[in-house]
Design a protein around this ligand. Sequence first.
Ligand SMILES: [Fe+2]
Ligand SMILES: [Fe+2]
Ligand SMILES: [Fe+2]
Length: 438
Amino acid sequence: MLRPLQYHIPLSEVIFAVSHAIDLVDPSLNQHNEKVAFVALSLSQEMGYSVHNSLEIAYAALLHDIGSLHISIPLNDEGCFDRSQESFPKHAFWGAYLLENCSSFSFAANMIKYHHTPWHKVENRISLMEAEGAQIIQIADIFVEHTSAHPYAYSFKSSLTEIIKSLSGKTIRKDIIDHFLHLLAKEAFWLSALQSDKSSFRKSLLHGSGHALLTWRELTEVAHFFSFLIDMRSHFTASHSASVSAIGKNMAILSGFSDREVEEIMVAGYFHDIGKVAVPVSILEKPGRLTDDEMLIMQGHTFYTREVMKEMSGLEKITSWAADHHETIAGNGYPYCIEGNDLSSGARLMAVADIFTAILEDRPYRKGMTRKEAMAVLYGAVANNKICQRKVDLVENNFDLLFKALKETEELSNDRFKAFWAKAMIIKSDGKPMKKVM
Ligand SMILES: [Fe+2]
Ligand SMILES: [Fe+2]
Ligand SMILES: [Fe+2]
């Protein structure tokens, strides 16, 4: 029987990793989630919430715009979320639906679902703490939106205070506004909220989670959640990360990796392309050949995979297996040009699993390659000193088994996505189901 793996990743670090991934999508966000979380934490404490509950509200704030990763929220010319689009308000409901399905994050689902909803529509729908948490996140979001573009926002303290007052009893419950006004009266709050360096805030959030440590099983579920985040951004590769994970797992078993390493490879596969959240959807979804400039942007994704995973301590080995999948034996890969001798067996395996999956998976604009074509591509890469010959021989000798695993995973992932789209598309912008489903 498999012994449980000794990983103890704090929930707070995992939430910072997700928040980092959300921030990568929109260059103008500039730590938006962290700023909103700081204000939400300050207001929760001002309202007398316990340390535990204040932290839960702050963690929910770190995740509050996760639904914006959804592909159908278009970016404007500056590459930022287009808030004028009809689909924009739905991000709260899509975000909640995503989080509901991951046990480590489900505590935040209702707070996020209603973070753009007025008090009279949220009260009595969910628990009091969740409803108040949603209101706290909403007002923190409004404060950050009004202040983040202005380095000297403190100078228009009085006009912003008037804006906040105007929400009282309408969007936000009156006593919550009163607590916030109390906070706004303190200079220290403004100066801490507006300072660009949030390291002291980060410290209090990271160390404040007490015993909230993820078990290995929970970490695996979170890794699967990450794979869903990236796979849902492109219709073309909707099962790619899940498939690389499955192929990696099978190759690791065939290579004689230990039971523990087989599970670690699986997790690395789920994470390997998370950095693609930093790549515009127009490039991810481009059916034809990428231009040289587009290719450079695309190649940045493994750098960002490492940046996101670095938020979680203790995952160094899995991080290098995941983030080094485009390094080569010749040492001319990206982004670090790691020499072949320094390339771990896990990274070599991941590189082959990634190419195998990419060339054999069906995409809407082309069928996957035949066995003959795929093996020619893999051995061509061996001849160019890019990938490991032993791993490719392993694929050649076990092709049918690996191909079957790929197709099974594709089918499972596609079913999961169909269920997600079905739910996502029937939600109106006020969160209620549509009467008629197409
Ligand atoms: Fe939002
Ligand atoms: Fe990749
Ligand atoms: Fe990949």
